[in-house]
Write a protein that binds this ligand. Structure first.
Ligand code: GSH
Length: 204
């Protein structure tokens, strides 16, 4: 199996965390996003969205990081992606991540990381909107984590890796984590699980 990824991509780091957690044998190829390698026809034949990550396993090509998490976890009999109806809570949190939580934090990443890289001033209106979105959705996860150790219950699942990686931007994006005690506790616990250090954002 081969994963196409980039260390600066949170969607890739969640996959690397799972690979390390399960000890899977997956070759890695770095896609140089700064040089536009994601737009090369050979790469777009794997992921027509021109984004990382993407996984190739024989004839199977998969894109979308949450689908890749589920695919890779299915290679083992693991509680991270159980073969029973507990899956639906996990799917719920992974869809929530893609639709709500990741876009909220991405607004802040855009302003705190990419705007300065492009020589632009951060746009305060976008920061304010990103913070409002973050607070709205962080409260949802915080409410869940008040009564369970992990998002889908008391067992670590792929949903935790999917959602948790966004908190690796807590410092640089000034996420108000102190307002969400249970979320903060969970993020602390998550970094300590096997493979959890892969979630950390590299210094730019
Ligand atoms: N929903 C997709 C998002 C993929 C995505 O946006 N990847 C970013 C890096 S985190 C990317 O490849 N950006 C490069 C580009 O858009 O040119 C997933 O979860 O895999």
């Amino acid at each position: 199996m081969k994963l196409y990824s980039n260390p600066f991509s949170p969607n890739c780091r969640k996959v690397h965390a799972l690979i390390k957690h399960l000890g899977l044998n997956v070759e890695n190829e770095t896609v140089d996003l700064m040089k536009g390698a994601q737009n090369e026809p050979a790469y777009m034949a794997i992921n027509p969205n021109a984004k990382v990550p993407a996984l190739v396993d024989g004839q199977t090509k998969i894109w979308e990081s949450n689908a890749i998490l589920a695919y890779l976890a299915s290679k083992q009999d693991t509680k991270l992606w159980p073969k029973n109806s507990d899956r639906y809570q996990i799917l719920q949190w992974m869809n929530w991540e893609a639709c709500h939580f990741a876009p909220a934090v991405s607004k802040l990443i855009g302003q705190y990381i990419f705007a300065p890289l492009r020589g632009n001033q951060p746009d305060q209106a976008i920061i304010d909107q990103g913070l409002a979105d973050f607070r709205k959705y962080a409260a949802v996860a915080n409410g869940q984590l008040e009564s369970t150790q992990f998002l889908a219950g008391d067992q670590l699942t792929i949903a935790d890796l999917s959602v948790g990686v966004w908190l690796s931007y807590a410092e640089v994006c000034k996420l108000p984590l102190n307002e969400f005690t249970h979320l903060k506790r969970w993020w602390h616990d998550l970094q300590a699980v096997k493979g959890g250090t892969e979630l950390a954002a590299p210094k730019m």
